[in-house]
Design a protein around this ligand. Structure first.
Ligand SMILES: Cc1cc2nc3c(=O)[nH]c(=O)nc-3n(C[C@H](O)[C@H](O)[C@H](O)COP(=O)(O)OP(=O)(O)OC[C@H]3O[C@@H](n4cnc5c(N)ncnc54)[C@H](O)[C@@H]3O)c2cc1C
Length: 224
């Protein structure tokens, strides 16, 4: 399924304006952009932002019905586009193409399990804000300060398992990686897995699903 873009060439460059920035942790931030006229998307899709001749993908965190577009971005030191997004002032013009991608929610008889690392949480926010309910969500981070949107996701999901590798023992936090949490906390049965974030996490979870949850479907969105 693809969002219909009436009157717009696929891949055409669009123009938006940066409205504001809100830091979520020492390295990650959310930005709000104006939504170009006629721009539509399906939750889970992304846009490709251009800066100095480079193009980088960012998943939308807003819902299609929202008046503006939202992104959740990790600042990569030595990077090209993420430092620009981290520093640009309100009013700065931004250029992008999209929407791109097929990492969208497909309802089925199997229970949906969303697994994210870091800012890989972005497509799941858009899905939740668009009315997807009842999913299990595992969010893997190093430090509890990186559990972006925790209160909202705790209430929007059917089950929320925050997985923290550098500290642990705090109430409600699973001390370890998402793979360990899947092994220890999930009933052995088929699920629809949606994996978003670091390539290494995706690879490890795919192996685990083959071993422990045969009959499952796996959808992937690799950020690296
Ligand atoms: C499908 C898809 C969706 C994505 N969605 C998001 C999103 O919603 N939010 C988001 O923050 N990012 C997202 N990304 C990653 C994003 O597209 C960029 O790769 C990232 O922002 C780095 O771009 P840059 O220009 O700042 O750094 P680059 O110039 O690309 O990289 C600079 C250096 O940092 C390294 N590097 C690149 N990324 C990382 C990283 N994450 N951690 C550590 N080192 C890194 C590179 O190998 C390189 O050596 C997504 C990527 C894909 C493919």
């Amino acid at each position: 399924m693809k969002a219909v873009q009436p009157g717009r060439r696929p891949g055409a460059e669009l123009h938006a304006t940066l409205l504001n920035r809100h830091w979520l942790s020492s390295t990650a931030f959310e930005i709000e952009l104006t939504k170009p006229r006629l721009f539509d998307f399906i939750p889970g899709q992304r846009i490709a932002v251009s800066h100095r001749g480079k193009e980088r993908d960012y998943s939308l965190i807003s819902a299609p019905a929202d008046k503006s577009l939202g992104l959740c971005v990790k600042r990569v030191e030595e990077g090209v586009v993420s430092p620009f997004l981290a520093e640009a002032e309100a009013g700065t013009p931004l250029y992008f193409t999209g929407p791109h991608g097929y990492f969208t929610f497909k309802p089925s008889q199997r229970h949906p399990v969303f697994v994210a690392t870091g800012t890989g949480i972005a497509p799941f926010l858009s899905m939740a804000r668009s009315g997807v309910k009842g999913f299990t969500l595992l969010h893997g981070v190093r430090d509890p300060s990186e559990l972006y949107y925790e209160p909202y996701l705790r209430s929007a999901s059917g089950r929320y398992i925050p997985c923290v590798t550098q500290r642990g023992g705090e109430k409600d936090l699973f001390p370890g990686r998402v793979t360990q949490a899947l092994e220890e906390r999930m009933l052995r049965k088929p699920y629809d897995f949606y994996l978003s974030g670091r390539r290494e996490m995706i690879r490890d979870v795919v192996f685990l699903v083959d071993d422990l949850f045969p009959g499952s479907l796996v959808y992937l969105e690799s950020f690296t």
